[in-house]
Design a protein around this ligand. Sequence first.
Ligand SMILES: *Cc1c(COP(=O)(O)O)cnc(C)c1O
Length: 828
Amino acid sequence: MTTPKAKATSKKSANTVITSEQTPIVQALQNHLVFSSGKTSDNATRRDWYSAAAHTVRDHVMERWVKTRDENRARDPKRVFYLSLEFLIGRMLSNAALNLGIDGKVSEGLTDLGHNLENVVEMETDAALGNGGLGRLAACFLDSMATMNIPGTGHGIRYEYGMFRQSIEKGQQVENPDNWLRYGNIWEFQRPEHTHTIKFFGKVVEVHDKQGATKYHWVDYESVVAMAYDVPIPGYNTQTVNNLRLWSAKATKEFDLRQFNDGNYEKAVEGRNDTESISKVLYPNDTSASGRELRLKQQYFFVSAAIQDIIHLFLLKNSDWDKLPDKVAIQLNDTHPAIAVAELMHQLVDIHHLEWDYAWKLGVKIFGYTNHTLMPEALETWSVELFGSLLPRHLDIIYKINYEFLQMVNHKFPGDTDLLTRVSIIDETHGRRVRMAHLAIVGSHTVNGVAALHSELLKTILFDDFNRIYPGKFINITNGITPRRWLNQCNPGLVKLMTSKIGSDFHSDLSKLSALTPLAENAVFRKAFRDIKHANKVRLAERIEKLTSVRLNPDSLFDVQIKRIHEYKRQLLNLLHVITLYNRIRSGQANDAAPRTVIFGGKAAPGYWMAKQIIRLINDVAVIVNEDPAVGDRLKVVFYPNYEVSAAELLFPGSDLSEQISTAGTEASGTGNMKMALNGALTIGTLDGANVEIKEEVGDENIFIFGLTTPEVAQKKAAGYNPWDYYFGNPELRQVLDMIAGGYFSVDEPGRYQAIFDTLLHKGDHYLLLADYASYIAAQDAVSKLYQDQEEWSRRAILNVARVGKFSSDRTIGEYAKNIWKVKSTKE
Ligand SMILES: *Cc1c(COP(=O)(O)O)cnc(C)c1O
């Protein structure tokens, strides 16, 4: 029976919900086991307990999410929309619990019920909606925007299958589909009320309205429905919960029941499968442009949904289009969403009937574009033919944008026709192609590179023409990583130790880690720091033994290179060192070297044959080295299968040495380098990407720098680089290369790695591995020597942690907010 008092309160406010804060966690876990899974502790599986824990944490997220949305609805602040084809989120449970400050309670609650959070967390499948660094950056940015109370929404695709799952069979990469939604996804909410129609194909007809103005109608198109799925993004230590809106393609037609009844099952679902294939699977490319029609469809699909959604939201509160740039900032994460520049014009001019010139001015005030690569082969272009067939109206719009742009350039630099050819949005030199980077630059007010060196190279080499045309448009904002996931969550032992010594200020301001500096000189602290690293290495070694059956010695130097497999990242150079060390051990020349475990991890794009050969060679070398009794515990090599965010959370804290060895001038920034240093690994690296700034921060004496610099690379190439000079000039190197080519590691198929030898010698060694070899080996020798002085090694590792506060994505987002988006925290 309801008491009169309860009745009165429920009458007072229909909106009052029983807040989850009022329910003890243990109670909530038990309730969810019953009410969300229909289980009791007698028959609950580990997955049921995961579900109960996730629902419990989610309840706490929901209240803040609703509140954040309502406050934003009321205040209508300027918002950021981060458009990205990739969001490499990883697992959500621990991150949400940590950000909400209930991780301890959830952990205790599960323990009380006879379970343990670490085990339960393992049941969550990673949301792997990205390839690598670019997608992970987007995820770190979402975390920082929420933490800093910046009204920021991510827009992307809800891929049914994310990044492929990698297994290693007979030493080779095998790709398996990532059916991440198989057991459902507790963290997403379907929003059938948020749908938009997306058009493809058809043609454009000119019509004249009553006032005699020309209008363009897109007709005879095919359409797909984009339906929103929302994912809450809770900030750390704040009430703000932002939104990640992922779009899913839904067929406009149901399947054909008549065909189905006639037994033609494939025909019955044909059209439906075609349309829904748009959001079916993530393209597993990294840093190389892929010219597939479906990919262009994916890009337009989510961009059009996002732009329609943004305009819809704007019009809920506003009617004056002048205000659009005061309410909306859109960031293009690389060129994948660059079609947004044309889509906004389409929406504003064709649908909302704004004047072209007016709409264009609004657009340029709204867009910012982040470039992520210097490699020309990674710059996206689309054939005019494909583009015009898929998006006829947008091709016309791009022609008009280009015409006006080239007129402006011609006015500024009269008579320079070569310049016009170079900067045109349409490339006329390789068949006619739309250059997406040029569209993004022309359509944005600001273009940023992702590390100081990269931004400088953008201005002076890749986009030097544009930098003359638009002085001041190009800026730098160095990447960062979220310390929540990449320190607090993945390295609780270290956080606890540091908090006990310097307090918790660094939890919300990573630069406060600098207070650790004097502790580097304290032997007791160094010992405690070392013990934590050791425990993290033990944890990692246990996982590796489970996965690969290779037993590791946690006292050895853990030398780790984890990132996408790519020739420019030079996993092969690392392997040349491994084989060199192996030869030295066998010939008795390495008796003073530190015992070492070399760990590789990373996926190769399925179509990238050479990258897959490199994986295979790593595994072949591992077999020979690990089974050689003459080597014993002094050298071990392992390939960690299926590198992904959850694996990274184990690998970074367990690393001693961070391999960041790309050819100078090829890695735009890198963020793995930042995660490593923050978790107390020393870097061995080239002066490339953000390594340059890491060196500035940690100090020259606390990092191992080797190899040619960017200008030296250019000089060497210009002077006629000949890898054979290094082959004949360095007996150790020659021996290593001959072993690879001669089948030492592939006795069953001696010619297996001839192509690798050929790339390095007959084909010019594009990434200058041989030129950097001697300098790399010397740096590795210095690493080995230092590692044997554990006190000094720990001292430098502590200084690394103390000095990398700059690389928090909170600092990065602060710069985007101030210098690009002009948005403020809602809590200021
Ligand atoms: C950080 C991260 C990357 C990027 O690593 P780089 O070394 O910068 O290439 C890629 N994948 C995952 C899972 C990451 O966490």
